[in-house]
Design a protein around this ligand. Structure first.
Ligand SMILES: [Zn+2]
Ligand SMILES: [Zn+2]
Length: 354
């Protein structure tokens, strides 16, 4: 009798159940994320969270196995979720069409079996690294260039991280790694279709071997198509790297991301001052004509209703200042986020529910 996985099961040491029990989060559903998601779903990973704020554009179609012409304009995560369910009907996908810090909470990162970082900018990678380090989440990062790329497994919570590989100058764009970063993609770089496939295949290979307790390469894989080589370069833990502080003992509270600030206040101890990880907008103002308006939410690019010049947002990290009727999700706080709360002179962490 053959089943979907009977050829896998002929492989010594293959553990299908370890794959079907795993929970995997993929950040970035571009060419690389498509390839990784395809391989993991076909291997029998069934639980995914996909996070990417972008929509499918025509220039994606030459490089992305999961998207079709009819997907143009849809969120990448929605189109990818449909395609994965067609590849493997057992797959369950939770889609997050937001930036990574607004899409996936720290509690979700901590509880994932593995995180795959298929992001296209250094600042977004650093932001994800900072968040993974906060909760000691394990991740594999991949990046492509024209004719190759790199795969960086970070599968030891106390080992080196992506930040360790950067110089202090490179890291300085992110002194506070989880905050105030411009995580928009840098100028797009070209990568040949087989480059994304090669790098994505290595990421998939390391992911399934890790999940099935098989040995995987320790170090950064550097893939060079002109030489036909994949070289493993050791990763070194930089004692100066600032990304190694972590959250311990987060207290679970009965407040979700769809609840209001008032409900959050009521659930926290007296005189708590909860903080957002990313600045939230409290008002907008125009430096040209003086227009001003209170507008709580995510900072957005908008133009002045009076003179059409760009409005400047005023932001804060202090959630005590937010009116009680505003919902946490309106401020970009994701499901199962862990919030830092100042109580007098000390700090405590509180974890939101689903
Ligand atoms: Zn580091
Ligand atoms: Zn104005």
């Amino acid at each position: 009798m053959s089943n979907r996985y009977s050829r896998h099961e002929l492989i010594p040491g293959w553990k299908q159940k370890s794959l079907s029990d795993a929970k995997v989060i993929i950040f970035g559903l571009g060419a690389l994320g498509n390839e990784v998601a395809r391989i993991l779903a076909m291997s029998g990973i069934e639980n995914f969270i996909l996070c990417d704020p972008d929509r499918v554009e025509e220039s994606n179609l030459s490089r992305t196995i999961l998207f079709r012409h009819s997907d143009l304009g849809r969120f990448k995560v929605e189109a990818a979720a449909d395609a994965l369910r067609q590849l493997n009907p057992s797959v369950r996908v939770d889609v997050r069409s937001q930036l990574l810090i607004h899409g996936v909470g720290l509690g979700e990162l901590r509880d994932a079996s593995l995180i795959l970082s298929c992001l296209d900018s250094r600042s977004a990678r650093l932001q994800l690294t900072g968040r993974c380090q906060l909760v000691k989440a394990l991740y594999v990062d991949g990046g492509t260039h024209a004719w190759g790329g790199e795969v960086r497994p970070y599968l030891d919570a106390d080992g080196p991280c992506y930040g360790c590989s950067l110089s202090p100058e490179d890291r300085s764009i992110a002194d506070v790694p989880w905050s105030c970063l411009d995580t928009r993609p840098e100028n797009p770089l070209g990568a040949a279709v087989p480059s994304s496939a090669l790098v994505g295949t290595w990421m998939g290979m390391i992911a399934i071997r890790f999940l099935m307790d098989m040995p995987y390469p320790i170090g950064t894989l550097s893939i060079d198509s002109s030489r036909g080589t994949t070289v493993v370069i050791p990763q070194i833990r930089d004692p100066e790297c600032p990304l190694h502080t972590s959250i311990y003992n987060a207290i679970k509270i009965d407040v979700g991301f769809q609840d209001t600030i008032q409900k959050l206040r009521d659930a926290l101890p007296k005189s708590s001052e909860p903080l957002a990880w990313e600045p939230v907008q409290q008002s907008v103002e125009c430096y040209h004509c003086g227009f001003q308006e209170t507008r709580w939410g995510l900072p957005a690019v908008e133009s002045c209703p009076q003179c059409q010049k760009p409005l400047r947002p005023r932001t804060t990290l202090e959630l005590v200042e937010v009116p009680g009727n505003i919902k946490l999700e309106e401020l970009g706080i994701p499901p199962r986020e862990i919030l830092t709360v100042r109580i007098g002179d000390s700090w405590q962490w509180f974890e939101l529910k689903e």
